[in-house]
Design a protein. Structure first.
Lengths: 371, 371
């Protein structure tokens, strides 16, 4: 597979509108509140304005994508849950019983699951699976592999599989866009990104170590609840993989092939495609954050389209957000994944957009400004 | 005025249901997520269950009360905004243009403003003012004084005025209850509490110093944006008042009379009345937190009905929340007041209730539990 489509995708991301952000800040300073008193939401408002290209954008549709895959490295004993959980949870998402379903319904968000490489079926399968119940999510199957190889032993994927998963992520965004007809003039769409895959905090730790230049001892965490012995094993596995592959952070595709996974590549594609469409991309936990870092390597302008929904307890998350220059909206110890932290933060984005559009100015309300 | 009604109000607050909280925790441990992975929301769920007396309570109506008053101490040059702003902002709330209006509409919350002692009219006025526009808030006028006396010179209020304001807060809760017919079996009502009043961060600093045994140098902050000279003046004013009155923290009514304000007394009454009805009380900033501390002195069982919506930048807020044993849901530097931080946090409470009721268990979804 040629890498040209990836280059085209990255080139489609345009710089955000700094003038709209400045106009937004000036507008917010005229609203009937002490200057700056809405704290971090004021910075968020300026960011949303820059993405939308308007000082007070209207809210567009809420959207959510959960990319799923399985990981050969799970066989190394790095997870507190059996590998079967990935496929079982995809089914739970279809049936509407997962945390992401509940939070998507609460946020009024259209949720799509992308099976980019789970063990639910054969590699190469392409299918569209409907929800199993009202309130469940459809599943887009673009299975570039049936689980990866264990990167502790060899490369997780081939480059062409990485590129196919990136394309699948972009296709998932196109599907969501069509579903909600989120076209120009319809308000600012917000895309919550999430992931699912037993073993993928190990992948996250490896990718974060490569991208941030950190030791695995710093980036490896307990994931879904690993004990002390498991944690030591997980650190050793990541250290071994990094020594084996020596991934080049300047080669995002090669890094994903060596120590990544299909859902990470899909999230890179989704991030690029959403930014190219002018959507705000709301990040969930550490896995989504490292995918965003990779997207920024491919297209630096992407960074301005991102909002950090949450800070998870995974140790790779805070340094990844710092590298992205993002401050999380929520800091509640959310570590479920599935986009749950991003979905939980969506109301804050809606509130911020509403304040910009509906709150009165000092002048209009006849309220005295500062002494 | 006799203090008997206050005693009755405090005695009506019953202990929460610890068994429901335990059943809630057991239920959440069966949901299809890694144990504890919804972090602080899991503790919140148990608290909501304890208040509702059910492991997975349904959400009830969202309600909001903003108590407003003016303060004689504003004449000492302790605010960055002129005193007229209190009355102007009450009008802005009636017209629907204040931040609290926008956030209440976003949360689907019924908002009531209580004028407990502003300079909008004469002391003793009792009235019900309708909204000035669709989306605006009605104003209940129970004006126990037309602004307080400057506590830097004499007591802010008389004890009977404190008691009248407490009763007005309870009456405001009764009005909200009637509006939404929030009766038994209708789900768990959530009451966001807020305040409005130029000068009231000075009052908050004085009350927090008394209740927490802290120096004014610790509890006084910049409020709506005071400069360095103003901050020094504010510290001096609070220190002078505490030396003049030497309020007894064991006498909440006396403390409120000496260095309090009508909106603080009203919030004490509203907190007691809401807890007595079995509602969850969602706190906003430092002023609401010190009112909650006073309510807890009058009825210790109240503490279990409280949720901290937000951590504001005011220095009295963190120690007040620590004394209440509460961890804030949001930490976004919100310092607007008007209940805005509490209203901004309401979606997190709704999400938490929905997760408890709608998320599948491992057994029901056929998902494997831990290895």
């Amino acid at each position: 597979m040629s890498e040209a489509p990836l280059t085209t995708l990255a080139a489609a991301v345009r710089p955000v509108d700094a003038a709209a952000a400045a106009a937004c800040r000036a507008h917010w300073d005229r609203l009937t509140k002490p200057t700056g008193s809405l704290g971090h939401l004021e910075a968020l408002a300026a960011r949303l304005a820059a993405v939308a290209g308007a000082p007070t954008p209207a809210p567009g549709p809420a959207l959510a994508l959960v990319a799923a895959a399985d990981h050969g490295v799970a066989a190394e004993g790095v997870s507190a849950y059996p590998q079967a959980v990935t496929v079982e949870m995809i089914r739970n998402l279809r049936a509407g019983g997962a945390g992401a379903n509940v939070l998507a319904r609460q946020a009024g968000a259209r949720l799509l699951v992308l099976d980019a490489g789970s063990l639910a079926g054969p590699a190469g399968e392409v299918a569209e699976l409907p929800p199993l119940a009202p309130g469940g999510a459809p599943v887009m199957v673009r299975r570039v592999c049936a689980g990866t190889a264990s990167f502790a032993r060899r490369a997780a994927m081939r480059r062409d599989q990485v590129l196919a998963a990136v394309a699948a992520g972009a296709e998932a965004v196109a599907w969501l866009a069509e579903e909600v007809q989120a076209g120009a003039g319809a308000g600012l769409p917000q895309l919550a990104l999430g992931e699912l895959g037993i073993g993928n905090t190990t992948v996250t730790a490896a990718l974060a170590a490569v991208l941030l230049g950190l030791e695995p001892g710093v980036t490896v965490g307990p994931g879904t609840g690993l004990d002390r012995a498991g944690l030591a094993r997980k650190r050793e596995v990541v250290a071994r993989a990094l020594g084996l592959h020596r991934p080049d952070p300047g080669d995002p595709v090669g890094t994903l092939a060596a120590v990544g996974g299909p859902e990470f590549a899909a999230l890179v594609g989704a991030t690029l495609a959403a930014a190219a469409r002018g959507w705000v991309v709301v990040l969930d936990g550490s896995a989504v954050a490292v995918a965003a870092l990779l997207a920024c390597r491919l297209a630096p302008a992407v960074g301005d389209y991102l909002v950090a929904g949450t800070l998870s307890p995974e140790p790779a998350h805070a340094p990844a957000l710092a590298a992205l220059g993002l401050k999380p909206l929520l800091d509640l110890g959310l570590g479920l994944g599935e986009g749950s932290g991003a979905l939980a933060a969506l109301p804050l984005i809606r509130q911020t957009l509403a304040v910009g559009r509906e709150m009165a100015t000092f002048e209009a309300a006849g309220v005295s400004d500062r002494c």
